[in-house]
Each structure stands twice: as structure tokens, then as C-alpha cells.
Design a protein around this ligand. Structure first.
Ligand code: OAD
Length: 247
């Protein structure tokens, strides 16, 4: 399938679902997790992104999240985020499921992003106290104090993200699975190795969707999708949109 063919297909498709990963934010300057310069090359996930790590050393975990918040605060959405935001405003049945916690899709103007792994801009009470909301937004950069505290009970607050070993929010999972029942499913900038997000492409295929991958590298999805576009998210989406938006 060529870019022109896909753009024409998208023009007439009704229900479009996109799954994004760290690669979509790479061109904004946000580091990915895997690959030669990925975060997991220099940081061990089990020391920073598990409930056990937080129990052991909440200050260390929060310092890492605060560093990432400061880094992301300086980044801007790129052409990939902007094209997807345009689609979210163009199609009445458009779903964007992101594994990214950086909030760049929302900053680009995508209104209803399904945040599969939560948001670094949200906090939760570690004690799950009944007086605080389930999660609240705190966009202060840098955060102070570190570790931050729950304003209701004064105990520790935790980042509003999903850590290794934790389950995906039930509502998020239900909405994602229902979005996988679509006409076109695009998986963009994700290594496709973290479950259950990685299972959504197969799910879409079972529903008969046209499945597309955009990624400069091969992934486990490359062999199962109907068409793959080898390139950066910003480049490929800009090329598609130049045709879809005008033809
Ligand atoms: P990864 O770092 O695993 O994968 C990033 C993917 O983006 C790779 O396949 C790259 O080839 C691709 N990529 C790099 N630059 C790109 C570009 N400019 N355009 C398009 N693609 C590009 O990130 P994720 O797949 O998002 O989870 O990782 C999934 C989850 O693993 C994350 O949400 C995070 C992580 O551990 C948690 O923290 C729970």
C-alpha cells in the first residue's frame, strides 16, 4: 500500500483508531524507552517504575519523575501530534489510545485521548485515602516538596502512571477494546512489546480493520499488519495528511 492509497482510504473510512507509543514524541525531544538511547538503557525499570521501587525509595522515584516532567515541559508537540489532533477534530468516530504519559497529544489539541498508562501530570494518594480525589492534576515544574504529599491526608502522593506489575484501569481497557473495533487501526511509534497495549493490533485485526504500522524499525507488529510505513511518525503522517486533507 502506498501513502496515496492509505490517504484515500482514510478519506472515506468512518471509524479510525490510533495507538501511539514513545516514538511519536521522539521528534519532540522526549526520550523513548527502548533502543540505543532509550531510558531503559541507563535506568533500571525495577528501581523506578514499580510499586516496590516506590515503597523502597519514594524520593528517588519522584526525582526521576520530576526530571521527566521538567524535560517534557520544555518540549512542544510535533507534526505527528498535530496531524492526529486534526483527525480527532475531523472524524466523529476517532479514538486515540496512547501509552505516552507526557500529555503532548492533549497539548496538540486532541480532546479525548485514552491514556493507557496514565499521565505524569497527575498524582494519586499512595494510601488511596477516601478524602482525596482518585487522581488530581499538578503541573508545577519543578514539583515541591519531593516527594509530594496528598493534600487531603498528608501522606505520600504517587505519580498517576501505570507501573510494571500494575493493572490497566478497567474503564480504560474497556474503552480501548471497544475502539479496536474499527475500520482502520494505526499503530505508531511503539515497540509493541508491552501488554496489554500490544494486543490491540491483533484485536483490531480480528474485527476486520485495515491495520497499519508507522515506525522506522521492525517490531512484532510488522509481520501482522496489512501495511507498514517505515519512517518517522512526523514524516509519514505529514505525507499522508498532505494528500488526505486536500484530495
Ligand atoms: P519504546 O521505547 O519501547 O518504543 C519506541 C518505538 O518508537 C520503537 O519501536 C522505535 O523504533 C520507534 N520510534 C523511534 N523514533 C520514532 C519516530 N521518530 N517515529 C516513529 N517511531 C519511532 O516505547 P513504547 O512502545 O511506547 O510503559 O513503550 C511501551 C511502554 O513501555 C511505555 O508506555 C512504558 C515503557 O516501559 C510503562 O512505563 C508502563
Amino acid at each position: 500500500m502506498t501513502v496515496i492509497e492509505l490517504a484515500k482510504y482514510l478519506k472515506v473510512a468512518e471509524k479510525i483508531t490510533v495507538l501511539t507509543g514513545a516514538g511519536v514524541s521522539a521528534e519532540s525531544g522526549v526520550p523513548t524507552f527502548r533502543g540505543s538511547e532509550g531510558l531503559w538503557k541507563t535506568h533500571r525499570p525495577e528501581r523506578l517504575a514499580t510499586p516496590e521501587a516506590f515503597t523502597r525509595d519514594p524520593e528517588l522515584v519522584w526525582e526521576w519523575y520530576d526530571w521527566r516532567r521538567r524535560l517534557v515541559a520544555k518540549c512542544q508537540p510535533n507534526a505527528a501530534h498535530i496531524t492526529l489532533a486534526t483527525w480527532s477534530q475531523t472524524y466523529s468516530k476517532f479514538s486515540l489510545i496512547t501509552q505516552n504519559v507526557d500529555g503532548l497529544h492533549e497539548r496538540a489539541g486532541t480532546a479525548t485521548t485514552i491514556r493507557f498508562h496514565g499521565s505524569i501530570w497527575e498524582l494519586c494518594c499512595w494510601n488511596r485515602c477516601s478524602s482525596s480525589p482518585e487522581r488530581w492534576t499538578d503541573e508545577r515544574v519543578p514539583l515541591s516538596p519531593i516527594p509530594p504529599l496528598c493534600p487531603a491526608c498528608g501522606h505520600l502522593a504517587r505519580p498517576g502512571v501505570v507501573w510494571f506489575g500494575e493493572s490497566i484501569n478497567k474503564d480504560v481497557l474497556t474503552r480501548s477494546l471497544s475502539s479496536a473495533d474499527c475500520d482502520v487501526f494505526l499503530t505508531i511509534g511503539t515497540s509493541g512489546v508491552v501488554y496489554p497495549a500490544a494486543s490491540l493490533t491483533k484485536e483490531a485485526k480480528l474485527h476486520g480493520a485495515l491495520t497499519i504500522e508507522i515506525n522506522p524499525e521492525d517490531t512484532p507488529h510488522t509481520e501482522i499488519v496489512d501495511a507498514r510505513f517505515k519512517g518517522s511518525a512526523a514524516q509519514v503522517l505529514t505525507a499522508i495528511e498532505a494528500i488526505r486533507g486536500t484530495s
